[in-house]
Design a protein. Structure first.
Length: 99
């Protein structure tokens, strides 16, 4: 698996942990950052609203191997990200390519 440029230069330890966890998931070929802001394939955000308790949300962009079902890879990525962070945040996975 390849690393996206931001995965190598992020200064945020949680983003680095998420990137490392994602790259171990079977079927992930790389982090993509195709649609992300600032070219980041991984973003960790704190969400606060009056309707819910404050929590973190992680957004991840990946490319998957054509030999794997993209939906199943995305489900495994979500689980890996939740397990990688102590507070088990909500996770959104965007599959930007199948290679």
């Amino acid at each position: 698996a390849q690393r996206a440029p931001d995965a190598e230069r992020t200064t945020d330890p949680d983003e680095a942990a998420v990137a490392a966890a994602v790259l171990t998931v079977a079927g992930v070929t790389r982090l993509t950052a195709a649609f992300g802001d600032r070219g980041h394939a991984v973003r960790v955000q704190r969400r606060e609203s009056d309707a819910a308790l404050p929590h973190r949300h992680v957004y991840v962009e990946v490319a998957t191997d054509s030999g794997h079902r993209a939906t199943e890879v995305a489900q495994r990525v979500r689980a890996a990200v939740r397990d990688a962070l102590e507070d088990r945040p909500t996770v959104a996975v965007l599959v930007t390519g199948v290679e």
